[in-house]
Design a protein. Structure first.
Length: 147
């Protein structure tokens, strides 16, 4: 059986896209997350009619192996009102405990991986100098406003 990570999170639904409206053939909700709108698909066992725009919910979110996030179950409907800060409260796995994932957003993680690649190319295999090269490249990225 494949391992599936389930994250318990509190979300505020901005918009509900019914299955009939969706071009992907699957219902989804739009929620504000990290200053952007994020689409969360609804798994087959979650009723699209259970969500109301403007309401806050505690939900279980499954993360696929490609990194897409889907609502696996609704834990509690908290009603209308503001959602608390969007934070991961309890990462768990259905088979084993999952590691806590870095709280950096996707763009920052990708940029830091690029910094690491540039630093690795600069030192050409000299691992003793990698940390120094990484910090130098990171400094340049910050000065340029990339990070």
């Amino acid at each position: 059986m494949a391992q599936r990570t389930l994250i318990h999170q509190t979300i505020k639904v901005k918009k509900v896209l019914k299955k009939a409206q969706s071009k992907f053939g699957k219902a989804s909700v739009i929620v504000p997350f990290n200053g952007k709108d994020e689409f969360l698909g609804l798994n087959d066992n979650v009723d699209e009619n259970a969500f109301t725009e403007g309401h806050t919910y505690k939900v279980g979110i499954a993360v696929s192996k490609t990194g897409k996030r889907y609502i696996e179950d609704i834990v509690e409907d908290l009603g209308a009102g503001d959602a608390p800060t969007q934070t991961v409260t309890k990462p768990t796995s259905k088979t084993t405990e999952a590691e806590v994932v870095s709280s950096l957003d996707r763009d920052t993680r990708i940029t830091l991986m690029n910094v690491g690649n540039v630093a690795a190319n600069l030192v050409a295999g000299d691992l003793d100098r990698f940390d120094e090269a990484f910090q130098t490249v990171k400094k340049v990225y910050k000065e340029e406003g990339v990070l």
